[in-house]
Design a protein around this ligand. Structure first.
Ligand code: ADP
Length: 730
């Protein structure tokens, strides 16, 4: 009870002084200030009340002045909640001067009843604020006024005489006040230590989380190409005569990617250690940049982003290190394309500032997701990545911009960035222009600098080998598998591995994947988790919520093998989770497993008339089947009722109905409707005395002969036989 009262009081006090953005220690300081000031005010009140009627007018007036000023100070501070240093400065100055003049009026230190301690109390009090000048000022005032009062003592007229009990009383209260201030300071130091320890623990936890995220990111960057290398090598070993060229190309590209990542990390280490040499040549940088932009054309097309080159002139000769310029501009273009959704634009432009010193200004602008202002100062930090909803699951190591900044520093340039979330970003690189290096003819094409096609996550070369993606490959009779994967090599690899067992559709990002899943209703979905735009988890959630696709088993394929990602995946409704690098047998076993599970479900849904959607955990599949059965229940007697009417009632397309119903019951829609009618007919034959023809008409068959034929096929006995042996099993 007592404790909760204290907690309540503390909460109210915190609310009185807190400003948004205040740290715990800042709040604590404000509270100590307020407590000190309120304490002294309270003491003045106590002094007055305790000596009521005994005090001569002089101390009374001094007391009232102090009370008035302190109250104004308290109210003002609670109102402003800021400027603690100025408030302390004022309090210290005012208290010292007030005590000084009061002591003089009382006739000197010996008659001051301990008032000379005021300055010392203020000094202790001001220690809560970490300001050396405040401390020095407090000490200076205290020492000065003390020395002055001591020096002036012999010349002072005697003050008003006070009864001895009042003197002692004032002495005791003043000393207590001083001790209370020391106590407050000790309390403050203890609390601050505790809060700082807590803050440190939180910071450590954050660093820890950052480190795990960093490892997860880098692991992801490595795992995908390593899966490809392992998988393709296995394929080549097992079947060396088939597609060897393409497969070894994928292996080479993936190895290049791993190498590039290692190169980047080593380059960064060399740059940071100041051990990266410059190889400057004099050449045409305009042409160089144009070629560089050209090498990104494939990636831009793949990402459906328009890439524009806006040169100020067609030729511009100057000194530059092609490898470093490519490192800078290539990374900026690669980021621009990575963080711009399809339909957007990325521009590379440059112009020359011919005022001395001559400078080249290169701008890379995009209309992408932008960078939140509060994150702007971190993006050049090593391994820093922004991970928010707008850029979820885009791969990356967080090294790119750090390298860019180091390269720019190395060549004596500058880089700035401006950005608006949701509108885009602009990176401006300013390079010094000189023309003293040996002229290089012909100009180095980016590919010749050894860096081309190896930017993280861009797969510029791989795009060229993009396989038939949107159209399904493989014979129609095979189960249909939708692969959602943004890495073309990985996609190609999966097609190679799975193409004989499945008819494969492929989507290159989450949004396209969802669209294709709804349009084609595949039997199974294999989706990557880290993709630009909608990530694998979102794809999963979206499809599992949609009754048209909720039945499709989804396997998430990911480099993020940590348990929290697995949990997120399973919570999103994924049926299985496969971590890269995986091997083919694992993948096959996983897919086969899901098909077997589906078979079990089919048996459940194929049995007509047993669904109970009132059951609270009824999923979208159960609800869908119940809806189908309700529509059929209401219409089976109507002979004109057919698939078209069912489609209309359910509000879905023919393909969707067909694929969904086949997946859930193993039967196409027309068979399912007929089966429903036959079951109804069977029930009528067993429970009523209607003739076979009447039963046929009552269940939507216009031709009793046809009815008898299909009935016999379905139940292995004629309607009349059933009537005669109603208990015979069908
Ligand atoms: P990453 O490998 O994550 O792309 P970078 O060092 O290249 O690492 O970039 C650091 C972060 O800055 C990225 O995670 C990204 O969120 C942000 N960023 C960089 N360029 C852009 C851009 N053009 N638009 C939006 N965000 C960007």
């Amino acid at each position: 009870m007592k404790q909760s009262l204290a907690i309540d009081f503390n909460r109210h006090l915190t609310a009185l002084v807190r400003l948004p953005g205040d740290s715990d220690v800042a709040i604590l300081r404000k509270k100590v200030y307020l407590a000190g000031l309120s304490g002294i005010t309270l003491i003045v009140v106590i002094l007055h009340l305790g000596t009521w009627g005994q005090l001569p007018p002089l101390p009374l007036h001094y007391g009232l002045v102090f009370l008035g000023v302190s109250l104004i100070e308290i109210v003002l501070f609670i109102w402003l909640k800021r400027g603690l240093e100025y408030f302390l400065f004022f309090s210290i100055t005012f208290s010292n001067l007030w005590a000084f003049s009061f002591i003089l009026a009382l006739g000197g230190i010996t008659h001051s009843c301990g008032l000379f301690l005021t300055g010392l109390a203020c000094l202790v009090w001001s220690m809560v604020y970490p300001s050396a000048r405040l401390l020095w000022w407090g000490f200076f005032l205290f020492a000065l006024t003390l020395i002055l009062t001591a020096g002036l003592e012999p010349y002072l007229p005697p003050g008003p005489s006070m009864p001895p009990f009042v003197s002692i009383y004032l002495y005791v209260v003043n000393s207590l006040w001083m001790s209370a201030n020391i106590l407050l300071l000790i309390f403050y130091i203890f609390r601050r230590e505790k809060e700082m320890a807590q803050e440190k623990a939180v910071r450590l936890e954050e660093t820890d989380a950052l480190r795990s995220r960093l490892f997860a990111n880098i692991a992801h960057e490595f795992r995908t190409p390593l899966t490809l290398i392992r998988g393709m090598a296995e394929l080549v070993r097992e079947d060396p005569s088939h597609g060897r060229k393409e497969r070894t190309e994928v292996i080479e590209r993936s190895a290049d990617k791993v190498l590039h990542l290692v190169d980047e990390m080593l380059n960064l280490a060399r740059l940071e250690a100041g051990a990266m040499p410059l190889h400057v040549v004099q050449s045409d940088i305009a042409r160089f940049l144009r070629h560089l932009v050209d090498t990104f054309a494939g990636l831009a097309e793949h990402r459906k982003v328009r890439l524009h080159f806006l040169p100020e002139t067609d030729t511009l000769w100057m000194d530059f290190d092609p490898e470093k310029v490519e490192g800078i501009i290539g990374n900026l273009l690669s980021n621009g394309l990575k963080y711009t959704p399809s339909g957007g634009d990325v521009y590379l432009g440059f112009h020359l500032f011919s005022d001395a010193p001559e400078r080249l200004v290169i701008r890379v602008r995009d209309t992408g997701v932008g960078i939140p202002p509060e994150k702007m100062s971190y993006i050049f930090d090593r391994f820093y990545r922004i991970e928010d909803d707008t850029r979820q699951a885009t791969g990356g190591s967080g090294i790119g911009l750090t390298l860019v900044r180091e390269y720019v520093k190395l060549i004596g340039g500058e880089i700035t960035v401006s950005s608006k979330p949701g509108e885009g970003s602009e990176f401006t690189v300013i390079l010094p222009v000189t023309r003293q290096a040996p002229v290089q003819m012909p100009l180095a094409h980016p590919a010749e600098t050894g860096q081309a096609n190896r930017f993280p996550g861009d797969d510029r070369a791989a795009v060229a080998s993009d396989v038939a993606r949107a159209d399904g490959t493989g014979p129609d009779s095979l189960p249909c598998l939708l692969v959602i994967e943004d890495n073309p090599d990985m996609c190609e690899f999966l097609q190679l591995v799975l193409g004989r067992k499945y008819r494969i559709l492929s989507a290159r990002n989450g949004d396209e994947g969802v669209r294709m899943a709804v349009d084609h209703v595949p039997d199974l979905i294999l989706s990557d988790v880290m993709m630009p735009g909608m990530d694998g988890f979102q794809v999963c959630r979206t499809l599992k919520k949609d009754f048209r696709t909720s039945h499709i088993p989804i396997v998430l394929l990911t480099a993020r093998a940590d348990s929290s990602s697995r949990v997120t995946g399973l919570e999103a409704g994924a049926d299985a989770y496969l971590a890269k690098p995986f091997n083919r047998r694992e993948l096959f076993a996983c897919l086969q497993n899901l098909f077997t599970q589906r078979e079990k479900l089919r048996i459940k849904y194929a049995s007509i008339g047993q669904l109970n959607i009132e059951y609270p955990s009824a999923g979208p599949d159960e609800r869908f089947m119940a809806q189908v059965q309700n529509v059929l229940e209401a219409n089976y007697a109507d002979e004109s009722f057919g698939i078209e009417n069912l489609l209309k009632s359910l509000g879905i397309s023919r393909v969707q109905l067909h694929r969904k119903l086949t997946a859930l019951t193993g039967e196409p829609a027309s068979h399912y409707i007929r089966k429903f009618r036959l079951k109804k007919a069977r029930h009528l034959l067993c429970t009523t005395s209607k003739s076979v023809a009447e039963v046929a008409y009552a269940t939507g068959f216009s031709d009793p002969n046809y009815f008898s034929r299909v009935f016999t096929q379905a139940f292995d006995m004629t309607p009349t036989e059933l009537r005669n042996h109603p208990t015979r099993p069908s």
